[in-house]
Design a protein around this ligand. Structure first.
Ligand code: GUN
Ligand code: ZN
Length: 451
């Protein structure tokens, strides 16, 4: 696999925001860092300087290329903590809740990934849609076919995006064409780990789909993979739907609840990301807190499938805060845009009688998501030493956004309007590893790979 050549230094100029604290633990206003006219210096794919333009502009390395974004807001690239790339072509499948939706729509869609050419075509389309939405890191489910993971990693490596992905493990309760076995799933995952984990910015996530589609032997094999290789991720679903929770109780009567099924297999630890967690118990939240495991809040999906309302503020309770990332969960989720997802997260909080302000929202979409994935020493902030992954937001992207944001009295209000009215149209450009991988306004092809 080709390494990415170090590009010439770049300096981005524009208004900029980044997080310097956790707005769920501290006063939100104090957690938002805002530079009205900032300079972000990028060298070797990393941010090397960040501060006021006037203070930094006279001391740039020779040959630095200046890229100016007037009337835009530079923000750390968005982090999507839970998404299924093979489901891109089935967003908006009508009329079913989780278990019926899987059988009726998801499994037939995923069966098509037996064909490597199909894997490549969908992986290419998906990665471009992520970049169009300003997302630079995601935890991505592939299908049971190892070629689906190869196709995704190959495309992510080409764009030099930092991604977590893995082949789904599934050895029961699905159509025969989508089943592996405990041994085959182990072997195929291990081969993918050797091929991709730690290659450039790629990370492997061991991916048992959810407890009902794995035998205990397969969950144990997933645990063995985690023990055998360092720094792997683990992603699966947890307590999304009441019928699913009851089924898990039937299938694993000797376990003390849903999370315990995973805990017994050694799957609950740092870098474990559990999708949904709507119907979790207080004891399960305590376990996640103690283990450093994360939940992915997927509001558009939870509303679309009628799964329920995720108790964000309870989950983040400062007495035992659980790491939370924001997931789009496409194709049960209805958008790849973190802005749109934040808008729905706000409405879910409103239904529960709790708030979600703009600083908290942008934290979840950036450094909170990075923290959920234990990648917060590398991504999620604009600061020296961090990967140069940025999204350039355009508050005047549509006539309505322009009209409304012109009437904002504060930055917080403007960010909140972006959460309410924004989507991929509000993404002017996306930078990954110091390269402008997407430029909405570039003539011809808006996407560009480094090198
Ligand atoms: N639970 C098991 N598989 C899936 C999936 O593909 N999507 C969602 N939303 N939940 C799941
Ligand atoms: Zn999911």
């Amino acid at each position: 696999m080709a390494a990415h050549p170090a590009p010439a230094p770049k300096a981005l100029r524009g208004a900029a925001i980044s997080m310097r604290g956790d707005p769920f633990a501290q006063e939100p206003r104090h957690c938002l860092l805002h530079e009205a006219d900032a300079l972000v210096l990028i060298e070797g794919g990393r941010i090397t300087r960040f501060g006021p333009f006037h203070a930094l502009r006279d001391d740039l390395p020779v040959g630095t290329e200046l890229v100016e974004y007037p009337d835009a807001i530079l923000c750390p690239g968005f982090v999507d903590a839970h998404v299924h790339y093979p489901q891109l072509g089935m967003i908006g499948a009508h009329g079913a809740q989780l278990l019926q939706w899987l059988e009726r729509y998801t499994f037939p869609t995923e069966a098509r990934f037996a064909d490597p050419a199909h894997c490549t075509a969908v992986a290419q389309a998906f990665l471009r849609e992520l970049l169009r939405a300003g997302t630079t890191t995601a935890a991505v489910y592939c299908t049971v076919h190892p070629q689906s993971a190869d196709a995704f990693f190959a495309e992510s490596h080409r764009f030099n995006t930092r991604m977590v992905a893995g082949k789904v493990l599934m050895d029961r309760h699905a159509p025969a064409a989508l089943l592996d076995t405990a041994q085959r799933g182990f072997d195929e995952s291990e081969a993918l780990i050797r091929r991709w984990h730690g290659v450039g910015r790629q990370h492997y996530g061991v991916t048992p789909r959810f407890a009902p589609t794995s035998t205990e032997a397969q969950l144990d094999a997933a645990g063995a993979l985690l023990r055998a290789h360092s720094d792997l991720f683990l992603q699966t679903h947890l307590s999304e739907n009441r019928e699913e929770v009851a089924w898990v109780r039937e299938l694993f009567p000797h376990c003390d609840g849903y999370l315990d099924v995973y805990a017994r297999a050694g799957l609950v630890g740092p870098r474990a990301v559990f999708g949904h967690g709507i119907h979790v118990t207080e004891a399960e939240l305590c376990t996640c807190h103690g283990a450093g495991a994360a939940l992915a809040h997927c509001p558009t999906s939870n509303l679309f499938l009628g799964s329920g309302l995720f108790r964000l503020m309870d989950t983040l309770d400062p007495r035992r805060p659980v790491r939370v990332g924001l997931g789009t969960d496409v194709g049960a989720g209805t958008s790849l845009s973190q802005l749109r997802t934040l808008g729905e997260a706000y409405k879910v909080s409103q239904l529960l009688g709790r708030g979600l302000d703009a600083v908290q929202g942008f934290f979840l979409a950036t450094s909170g998501g990075a923290r959920a994935l234990h990648l917060d020493d590398r991504i999620g902030r604009l600061a020296p030493g961090y990967d140069a992954d940025l999204v350039v937001l355009d508050p005047g992207a549509t006539p309505l956004l322009r009209f409304r944001t012109a009437r904002c009295d504060s930055l917080e209000e403007l960010l909140f309007v972006l959460m309410t009215l924004g989507d991929e149209r509000a993404v002017r450009a996306t930078w990954a590893g110091g390269h402008c991988v997407y430029d909405r306004d570039r003539e011809g092809e808006p996407f560009s790979c480094p090198g």
